[in-house]
Design a protein around this ligand. Sequence first.
Ligand SMILES: [Zn+2]
Length: 284
Amino acid sequence: MGIFKKRTVENLGEKKTDMPEGLWTKCPSCGESLYESALAKNLRVCTHCSHHFTQSAPERIAALCDEGSFEEMDNHLQSLNPLGFKGYLEKVKANQDKTGLDEAVVTGCATIDGQPCVLAIMDFRFLAASMGSVVGEKITRAIEAATKEAKPVIVFSASGGARMHEGILSLMQMAKTSGALARHAEAGLSYISVLTHPTTGGVTASFATLGDVILAEPKCMIGFAGPRVVKETTHADLPPGFQTAEFMMQHGLVDIIVARKDMRSTLSRLIHYTNSGGHAKRAA
Ligand SMILES: [Zn+2]
């Protein structure tokens, strides 16, 4: 008789996903259903397995900077659709409405534990944080402001790569951002790069991997081409953990893996160390 049929544990788990959208989020790593409010309070890290969910730029700014210290810069720049890519500007507008941001990166000056720095934080929600001319220009201007004001620069990367809608102009941003970093380095200033899930394509191949110190969030994906493309091109089986932060640290690309709860204190220590002259001048 149906009345005696018990719901299995699996069924109960599935039931939770039927909850109104926005109340619960299912962890893709351990499968637990998490209260959205509890997840937000825990810096969007799973309370069961420490899986790091994607964090928005405003959430990162709130968690990292001294309260009220962040002053945004260059939030007026707009893509002009130089290639006439059909539907591109509508897509940009839809992403602006969805995220409340003007583009896929937020830049500005702030203090961390009272120490001035310039920050650029990419937001994956906005067109997969792809790098078009506005993203590249905003990051370049942020680095140039840091050079002018003799401040360290911190860039949080997360990107699907160069933005295809702007073609070669997107690829040009790789050289432009790298050039600005070279001039920042020539001035003897430090650059901390933080890789978050996922950092790929032209962003990995330019400013994201040029840090004096390169930090990464646990288990985030870091690569140029995706694993499927690499496998099909090389006709080789990929090693376990390929393109994770841990794999990249083992192979020398990443210096430190930092859990999100320790990110602010780690950045604070690194800024303090570099500001006190404890770092060697980087070769440009
Ligand atoms: Zn989890």
